[in-house]
Design a binder for this molecule. Structure first.
Ligand code: M6R
Length: 364
């Protein structure tokens, strides 16, 4: 049931602190300050390359995962959308690790890609929310998300739980590769454990975000910009908005904007900027200046320090708690989900069951 929420999507957005904590509990030994993925008969220290395959929102979780795995474990990651993977005949060395990410565990393209990887003698790891699904059954290493059933067609809580699992996997791989000291691992674990509370703080801004929705709802096009792990979050924000509000939206790496999309910018195009303060912040601020110089109307999602530094001249700001960059994607997922939700409600669309979409895409 939807409880006291108007839609399943809203309920699922608000469940995130609990289900992310629940998911993390399976992968984090809080007392020891260690992550622990289920054991499997394969030496993680032997992994030289990871191939990630998924669709839609799960693909964007994979993009964030690539960033973490490369950063912490220094293992190169290839990532493909499942519908492209098989047909480009990817180079897969026998014994490699292939990672499939799926809420349903039934997405036809992802499942076909998994079977293709199996034929190519890959070890199959699966991050999946439905434990009885086809992908779960065919995995060598099953990494369940504990989001509970997700009813809304737009994926929300499954996504942030995927991020939690991927952060734990990246950390585990980093340890196996000898890239982390015990102290560094303890720090990562401490940051991961801060995520659910930070997500609750983000949820407290629901009313502010609802107040911004009328500024976005009349737009024909919306751009989302981010850098580093917030680039896939920009893609995810744009996907959420287009799925449920039917407004055309694109996510871009902030630095890529001047290579084309800047031509679109005028005072009719809202630009949503995801920019937690941190090492990439200043770069994104200079991209914001380029938008502003062309009359673009910016919604800045950042923390207090970021808003103090760059909020002036924005059409609106959404304040997130100050968090470690590692967990920023989990926290910044919340405002982009809520923004899409409130815009869709204003437009009167069928939020939980948007036109032309199915919860699980079981045809190729
Ligand atoms: O069940 P899966 O995670 O494999 O589904 C993949 C995509 O179909 C899914 O994420 C889709 O993009 C969602 N509607 C996004 O909100």
């Amino acid at each position: 049931s939807k409880g006291n929420h108007a839609h399943f999507m809203r309920k699922e957005i608000f469940e995130q602190p609990i289900v992310v904590a629940q998911t993390m509990q399976s992968y984090v030994r809080a007392f020891e300050g260690e992550v622990a993925i289920p054991s499997f008969e394969f030496d993680l220290s032997a992994v030289e390359r990871v191939t990630v395959v998924a669709c839609g929102t799960s693909f964007y979780a994979g993009m964030v995962g690539k960033y973490w795995i490369e950063r912490f474990a220094r293992v190169p990651v290839d990532i493909d959308v499942a519908s492209e993977f098989r047909y480009r005949d990817p180079v897969l060395e026998p014994g490699g690790l292939a990672l499939f990410i799926s809420q349903s565990g039934e997405t036809a393209d992802t499942l076909a890609a998994l079977r293709h990887a199996r034929e190519k003698e890959q070890r199959i790891a699966v991050v999946v929310n439905v434990p009885t699904s086809s992908m779960a059954r065919e995995a060598d290493l099953l990494l369940p998300t504990r989001a509970g059933p997700e009813i809304g067609v737009a994926s929300t809580k499954a996504f942030t739980c995927q991020l939690a699992v991927l952060a734990a996997l990246a950390t585990n791989l980093a340890r196996a590769k000898g890239r982390l000291t015990g102290e560094e691992e303890r720090e990562i674990v401490a940051h991961l454990q801060e995520a659910p509370e930070a997500m609750s703080h983000a949820l407290n801004h629901d009313a502010d975000i609802a107040a911004i929705a009328p500024l976005i709802a009349p737009a024909r096009d919306v751009l989302y910009l981010g850098r580093g792990p917030d680039y896939p979050m920009a893609l995810e924000g744009a996907l959420k908005l287009k799925e449920i509000s039917y407004i055309h939206a694109e996510g871009y790496a902030a630095g890529e904007m001047k290579h084309g999309p800047i031509a679109l910018i005028d005072d009719q195009v809202p630009v949503i900027v995801l920019a937690p303060s941190g090492p990439l912040f200043e770069k994104t601020v200079s991209n914001m200046a380029e938008v502003r110089a062309r009359g673009g109307r910016i919604v800045l999602i950042s923390d207090a320090a970021g808003i103090a530094a760059a909020g002036e001249g924005c059409m609106a700001t959404i304040e997130m708690p100050e968090v470690h960059p590692l967990i920023a994607p989990l926290v910044y997922a919340v405002p982009v989900q809520l923004l899409a939700y409130h815009v869709a409600v204003l437009k009167g669309t069928d939020v939980d069951q948007p036109r032309n979409l199915a919860k699980s895409v079981t045809v190729e």
